[in-house]
Every structure is written in C-alpha cells, then in structure tokens.
Write a protein that binds this ligand. Structure first.
Ligand code: J2J
Length: 543
C-alpha cells in the first residue's frame, strides 16, 4: 500500500467489498469492458474530433504504451492541465493504463499552483496544451519543470512529439492495484496551499457507478462537460466518467457560456449537464431569447455552491428540464436530490448521500474540533462530518493537516454547516471553513493572504467573503500597510496586480482590496486570524 495514502481500516474495507461497493476493477479494465459493450457508440465529442468507445479504447492503449516508452512508470504522478478537449479522456485513461496517477490541475491554474502540485506530488511529468485562451500553457509548464527536479518530461497535446506517443504500438502493461491510488484531486482548501486528495480506483468507481444510476444515465444520454472537465463535479457527478460508465457520450464544451452550450445542446442532442449556480442563472436568462432547440435537455445538475431557492424555481420552467441539486466535494461525499423526489426537496435541499453507507454526523458548529459524538439535536444546524466508502481518510502527504481535518475515528470535517431533514436530505446553510466560495470556485483565505503579505508594503492581510448578487460571494482583502513613512502605502490596484503576477489563478485575485489603518481588536489577548476574519466579514456585509 502506498504510504502516502491513509487507507480505510481493513475491517471497513472488507465491509465495503462484501457490500459490492468496491469491486476490484481499475479504470483501465473498465474502459476495456465498455469498449466491448458499446464499441461503435460515440464516447467523446469535441470541436475537432468524435471518437467511439472502440476508438477511445485504442487511443488509450496507444498512449499508455507511448507514456511507458517515454519513461513514465507505474506509480508516477503526472500533472495534467488540459482544457475541455477529447484528449482529456484519452490522456487520463492512457495514464491509468500505464499505472500513472494524474494530478488534476484546472486550466485556470498558473505557475505558483502548478509548481505546488508538481512539488507536492513529486511529479515525473506535466501534460498540457500549447496555447489556450491566449495563454501559453506549454511555456508555463516548461518553466515549472525547470524548477522542480522530479519533473523529467513536459508533454504537449497537439505537438508532433505528442503525436508520436499517440501512435505508439499498444502493448500489455501490468494493471495497477484497484485498491491503490488512481489519481490526485485538488481540495478547495482553507489553509495555505491546496491539498492533494488521493482517490482509489475502488472508491471512485463506486461513486461514478452510483452517480450514473442516480442521474438516470443510459446509453442514449448525452452529457455536456461545460465546467472544466478535471474538476470533480464534471468528472464524476455524474460527469464524463459517469457518462462513459453508462455507455453514453460526452460533449466537451470549450467554454461554459450559454451561446456555446446552447449551440452544442442543439447540435449534439445533449440530455444532461452540470453547472454552478451563476452559470445556471445566466443560462436561464439566455434561454428566454434563444432560437436554439434545447428540447433534448432533460436534467440540469446544479452544485458547487448553494443554489438559492429563487434560482432553483426558475431553472425548470426556463430551460424546459428537471433540476437536480448536487452537493459534493473532491474529498468524497456527494449528495443528490433524486429525480423522483417531491418538488419541495428538489427546490429546498442539496440532496441526500449517494450511499446507504455514507455516515453523516451533524455536530456542534461552535467548536472546530467537535468529535463525531458532539451531535446536535435532529434538524438543528451543525457542522457536517462524514465517513464512507468513497470519502478519503487523509490528504496526500499531509500528516499534520490530517490531524485536524479528520476526527480520530476517521470522519472528514467538511467545514460545511448543514441541517438534516428527516428524509436524510441535507440543506447547506453556511460554512465554518476559512474559504470563499466564488460561484463554485473555492478560494482559501490564507493562501491569498500569504500572497498579499509577500508585498513589501503589506504588514498584515485578511481575506473574507462579501455577498455578491451574481457569484454569491466575492473576495475582499483587508490590508494593513507597513507603518514606515519611507514605504509608500500600496494602492488596491497595485496589490491586485502583485497577486496576479505571482502566478495564481485569476479567480484568486482579490475582487476588492481595502487598505485600513489597523485591524479591529477581536477579543481578549492575541487576536486570532479566524476571529479577525469573522469580524471583518461582518463589517463587509454591513457596507
Ligand atoms: C452549497 N455548497 C456546495 C452545494 C459544493 C459535485 C458538485 C460539487 C462539487 C464541489 C463536487 C454545494 N451547495 N450544492 O466535488 O462532485 C461547496 C461545499 C463543499 C465544497 C466542495 C462534486 N456543492 N459545495 O464543489 O471540492 O462547501 O467540490 O464542501 O470543489 O463546495 O468543493 P469541491
């Protein structure tokens, strides 16, 4: 067993196997069986390519051999940063068949994040595209590779060198251990830098299989990957992998805007897709004046951030489809409203867990270290703890952080405030973690504060959420300048530029910056950052 992975206790793992949740199948073997069952059906559809299951299977075999020939070994980590292109599927299955572990970066990530992922995972390679949305991804990957000693290769989709890998002669490669780590997902994070999330073949395939069933996917379904495909939501809820599992095709949308998506829905007969609330709102508005035929669209999943009731009520009528709310996390637990749930649940809750073996505890929200015994009265608001057959027991190489991110008995502290209804449905009512949810994009307060504090004119910084009518929340950075008359007080625009130029995803650059003479004193003795953020968030809301 990989020492970087905190395994489930053996008796728990045995129980998950006995219940048929974990089936000892790998992603590579899954694709082989899908290619047998659905050979000539379309699996992936992009702007420039359409591949059947048989073609995807062959491409993945060739790429696996190509990666192995290029020195990628079983167990190697490979940072994958790809936009929504069909190669996302062939590359990821190719790496799986080579026994390698994709580390899923998002297209929005920039050098500081890529460096962190490569360093933390000791990646052997970075795989990316050339230019995308007027940004030189290949150049960034090469400069990161030059700094991180473990990175031996940069693979760039679309180049001649990559075409050589794609044309390699398939060969038999050993199938990895299904109980071993298949890939590393990224946490939304609440501390300094995003943590890596180790997911196994066994656990992830269980969530994929059940997600496909709960979302009603059939071979005739067509899934639209509108959000960036590497994110856990479009990857597995039910996403690309759920669609493949059901024998259904996935259309890769290059962008998630309504114009692009509506064109693809009409052209490809899309039946199901998933969106974050601000995009769902934009689509609902755009639907009123579109000339596109959206009649094939049957289900719209909305999640990643709270879908307000007002928006939930608009979606069905505006888009002529059913709303399915989803509350998930890359660490594991995923909740869905069911397609046959009464309207009230669909409109007012974020769904119930996938599995009867997902354990839910709603505990005292006032103590960040509440244990699984500190449960609140039924129906009361509390902090959500969870444990189950597809929720991790620890982040990758993060022993110290794991001590507080998980309870002693292995529950993950989600940092979400919820209320559980008698039916088991959860309503997400807030958050206890130091994170800003910017329309589904997660920003760790401390990560941005650390970037700001690297500025020579900044003494201290605290980043909090401010309400926003479109995104739900935006980031506001409160900054105290160094009290030195010789150092000019930094202007907000200068600080935003400074953070951007340190190489971070654009969604992490503070939306607002307020330079203040000092921070409010928040209690007796030493002010904790946590208390300070609470005080500033309250101040920001009043404005
Ligand atoms: C409120 N908050 C939500 C919701 C996620 C499916 C869907 C989303 C994610 C995801 C995912 C929410 N209402 N409906 O992985 O498979 C917030 C919570 C949660 C955090 C996880 C999936 N849906 N959230 O968003 O790892 O705070 O996963 O803990 O990016 O998003 O973020 P992430």
């Amino acid at each position: 067993m990989n020492p970087d992975h905190v395994p489930w206790p053996p008796e728990t793992a045995a129980r998950y196997r006995a219940s048929g949740h974990w089936r000892g199948q790998t992603f590579g073997k899954l694709l082989t069986s899908l290619a047998e069952a659905y050979a000539e059906r379309l699996a992936v559809i992009g702007e420039t390519a359409r591949w059947t299951f048989a073609e995807l299977d062959e491409r993945a075999h060739r790429l696996a051999a190509g990666f192995a020939g290029a020195g990628i070994q079983a167990g190697d980590r490979v940072v994958v940063q790809l936009p929504n292109v069909p190669e996302f599927a062939s590359v990821v299955f190719g790496l799986w068949r080579a026994g390698a572990l994709p580390v899923f970066a998002l297209p929005a990530h920039r050098a500081s994040e890529l460096r962190h992922f490569a360093e933390q995972s000791e990646a052997a390679a970075i795989l990316t595209v050339g230019e995308h949305e007027r940004f030189d991804h290949a150049g960034m990957a090469r400069s990161v590779a030059a700094e991180i000693p473990s990175v031996r290769n940069v693979f760039v989709v679309g180049t001649e060198e990559f075409a050589v890998l794609e044309a390699a002669t398939p060969r038999a490669l050993p199938d990895p251990d299904p109980a071993g780590v298949a890939f590393l997902q990224l946490s939304g994070g609440s501390t300094g830098l995003p943590k890596l999330i180790p997911r196994t073949h066994d656990d992830y395939l269980y969530s994929v299989r059940e997600s496909a069933r709960i979302c009603g996917l059939r071979p005739e379904s067509v899934y639209l990957a509108a959000l960036p495909a590497a994110h856990n939501f479009p990857l597995s809820s039910p996403g690309l992998l759920g669609a493949l599992h059901a024998g259904a095709g996935t259309v890769f949308a290059p962008r998630p805007d309504a114009d692009t998506a509506f064109r693809l829905i009409e052209a490809e007969g899309v039946t199901i897709t998933g969106l974050v609330p601000p995009l769902a709102a934009a689509w609902a508005q755009a639907a009123a004046r579109t000339t596109r035929d959206l009649s094939t669209l049957d289900v719209l999943l909305v999640g990643g951030a709270k879908c307000a009731r007002e928006l939930a009520e608009k979606i069905g009528p505006a888009l002529g489809c059913r709303l399915q709310q989803v509350f998930g996390m890359a660490e594991g637990l995923v909740c869905y409203t069911r397609l046959d749930d009464p309207d009230e649940y669909v409109l007012a809750t974020q769904g119930r867990p996938i599995s009867p073996d997902d354990e839910i505890r709603v505990v005292n929200p006032d103590d960040p270290l509440s244990t699984s015994d500190d449960v609140v009265a039924p129906g009361e608001i509390g902090a959500l703890l969870t444990r189950g057959p597809y929720t991790i027991r620890g982040y990758y190489r993060a022993a110290e952080h794991n001590k507080t991110a998980f309870t002693e008995d292995g529950f993950y502290r989600t940092g979400d405030l919820v209320r559980q209804h008698p039916s088991g449905h959860l309503e997400v009512v807030g958050r206890a973690k130091e994170q800003i949810n910017r329309g589904g994009e997660k920003v760790a307060a401390e990560e941005v504060e650390n970037h700001l504090m690297a500025h020579p004119g900044v003494l201290d910084a605290a980043v909090v959420a401010v309400p926003d009518p479109y995104l739900g929340e935006r980031t506001c950075a409160y900054v105290v300048a160094v009290p030195d008359p010789d150092v000019a007080e930094p202007a907000p625009a200068e600080l935003r530029r400074f953070v951007r130029e340190r190489g971070v995803a654009a969604f992490k650059v503070p939306d607002l910056v307020q330079v203040v003479p000092e921070f409010p004193v928040t209690g007796v003795g030493k002010t904790s950052k946590r208390e300070l953020r609470v005080a500033l968030a309250a101040l920001a809301k009043e404005k």
